[in-house]
Write a protein that binds this ligand. Sequence first.
Ligand code: NAD
Length: 478
Amino acid sequence: MSGILTYTPVEEIPKIRDDLRATFKTGVTRSLEWRKRQIYQIARLAQNEAEAICDAMTRDFAKPRFEVIVAELAGVVKIALKSAEKLEEWAQPERPDVPDSQRSWNPTIYKVPKGTVLIISPWNYPVILTLQPLVGAIAAGCCAVLKPSEAVPHLSGLLAELVPKYLDTSAYCVINGAVPETTKILELQWDHIFYTGNGRIARIVASAAAKHLTPCSLELGGKSPVVVDAAYDMELAAKRILWGKCNNAGQICVAPDYILVPRQKQDELVRGFEKAYKTFFPNGALDDAHYGGIVNDFHFKRLSAMLDRSQGEKVGGVFEGRRDPERRRFEPVIVKGVDENDSLLDEEIFGPVLPIVAVDSLDEAIGFINARPHPLVLYAFTEDPTVKERLINETQSGGIAFNDTFQHLAVAELPFSGIGESGYGYQFLRYSFDAFTHLRSSVDIPKSEENNLSLRYPPHKPEAYQVLGSAMNIRIPE
Ligand code: NAD
């Protein structure tokens, strides 16, 4: 495998879409047996090609092998196998519970594939964020084009070689490229667009989709806060938060973005970070193989500028916050005493910088969160049921996770989605299947119902008005 990224010629893109549409029309992708075989092939791809994939990710941004296997490949295998196992159950037509008078109408919900869909994925978890929605699309019976990110050229080049090796190319294919290619793709009509990435481009995608009334799933990011309760064990909170922040060097949509901690506990939390950091990276993270790099110069400079502009206090000691622009290595940095106008609170950090904002009450923390766009996830370290309840009821976010970072992603049975600025459209297992499925409602009225239906025909007789009267006089509960 060469893994060299070749952009798809723009003029070939419409034909690729047309060919997939022609395949969809043949009905081949609807067979459950066929869908299962393709899904198993994705699991095989993830298992058999693990070495090549890890190698490509190392070349793209020094992503640690452990993280690639745990967070991407093992996840793909798990989701593929579970989806294949559940496929028949999901695809079964459903018979809703209806009033007795409608039973004979045979009300049914058929699960039909939406058609030929587009999956646009980002660079940060480029394997799972491409293949996981693909499993959902295949499970639903769709044809799909994958558009991986040009920001990880080795991986995207490799995917373009692996997909035809494992999957039926008449139904699934990769288009590679950057803005001109994606712009061309977005001019075409799709039956669903599943986009994962940032909110700015999501608006371009959604506008293009609107021209064709194409439904979208927009899986975005944002600033996910962490609330730490004064009564919680600061050392444990720090260890679990730092682990979350160091994964993929903080380049993850659900990374803890900033911390809200009671003022009197700020220093104790910082000491917890120092201790955890020393255990994770005894010689600092700069050259540690268990810690990844920053994806490209643009993001390295963006993070550096954001950090350099901050008025907060960079925590010294073991956190030296060393940076190496040549190799795009950026050690984790904790910044305490950050105030609400600080550069670190402007936009999603998406890197290994973690600001701490000191607050005087839970009310203040809730007010801080609610004054900002809805995040993808809200983390809270607390064992107090009242605090949990208040955060559940008084804030909004895509998900809410207590007492750890990321573990809501490990439960694939939970729906994953943003809300507001963090996006919309659910995914994971059943929810990914649903994203690419149209619920086609059906009734089949027997001839024998004619008697029951007779009152509807004009001219309306007095009995018809009596029926109307009783329908309108149903008692509404207080
Ligand atoms: P990116 O730069 O790789 O872009 C994502 C995709 O958009 C790529 O395939 C790219 O080719 C395409 N694209 C770029 N410019 C375009 C244009 N003008 N028109 C159409 N398409 C275009 O990735 P990114 O956006 O930097 O990814 C990081 C963002 O994604 C963060 O905000 C992160 O929080 C979010 N994210 C969300 C999830 C989730 O599941 N909710 C997962 C991962 C990342």
